[in-house]
Design a protein around this ligand. Structure first.
Ligand code: NI
Length: 250
């Protein structure tokens, strides 16, 4: 069994029909999918979607791009039915796009870390070109559990995350990037911290480049990593599923 630990198939504008997407995931051996919020609305949609579809669960949060619109909705959702909410995310800092002013990104990150700790939930972090600001913020808190989602940074920041106990989420980028330095960093991620994700509808893995991404394709990410780590597919699948189950308390 495989888990897609980060997808956005619950979004109102996700272009594929949910029933078909879930059936193809099941056929590919992807029996669990985590639907990750990016805004208040998207997080509410993730909770609603997860309530309707047994094989999905919700991770709720306001993405750094949306930080300027506030995160009040996340607190509200946590006061409601939390039975399908397994984490907080995606939250973090994005200094590559800077769609929200940095001080608001930082405030949203800190406030949502507080919520995660208050409710004992792990966090899916989105950090892009911003680790220098991220680590001091992270270190102001205690006992954060989480994953560096869509990790594409340096060996230095990989090491910083690993020593803080974080898991590392990899997706289609690992199947198609020609950046040899990045590939070398990917290869050093320890199996016991590795999580697979699609980030669907984005970042479609090889050999489906050009198509809309969907959770079934996490199988292609896993198959790629068989070559990277040199372990059998079944071992790869059970190790990463165990990692995701432990982090998100499935
Ligand atoms: Ni995402």
């Amino acid at each position: 069994m495989l888990i897609d630990t980060h997808c956005h198939i619950h979004e109102a504008d996700y272009p594929l029909p949910a029933v078909e997407v879930l059936a193809r995931a099941h056929a590919a051996g992807v029996d669990k999918m985590f639907c990750v919020g990016t805004s208040g609305q998207s997080s509410a949609d993730a909770v609603r979607f997860a309530a309707k579809h047994n094989e999905t669960a919700a991770i709720i949060g306001v993405h750094p791009h949306e930080a300027k619109h506030g995160w009040a909705k996340i607190g509200e959702l946590l006061q409601g039915d939390r039975s399908k909410i397994i984490g907080i995310g995606e939250i973090g800092l994005d200094y590559f796009y800077d769609y929200s002013p940095r001080h608001q990104q930082i405030e949203a990150l800190e406030q949502q870390i507080e919520l995660a700790l208050k409710y004992g939930l792990p966090i899916s972090f989105h950090v892009r070109e911003a680790f220098d600001d991220f680590w001091p913020i992270f270190d102001n808190f205690h006992a954060i559990r989480g994953v560096m989602h869509s990790f594409t940074d340096s060996s230095v920041n990989l090491e910083q995350g690993l020593k803080r106990g974080l898991c590392v989420g990899v997706n289609g980028i690992s199947t198609f990037t020609r950046d040899e330095v990045q590939q070398a960093v990917f290869a050093t991620i320890p199996l016991e911290r590795l999580l697979f994700e699609t980030d669907a509808p984005f970042l479609t893995p090889v050999p489906f480049r050009g198509k809309i991404n969907e959770p079934a394709f996490v199988r292609n990410v896993a198959e790629h990593w068989v070559g990277v780590k040199g372990v059998a597919f079944d071992e790869m699948a059970s190790a990463t599923t165990a990692n995701a189950s432990a982090l998100f308390s499935l």
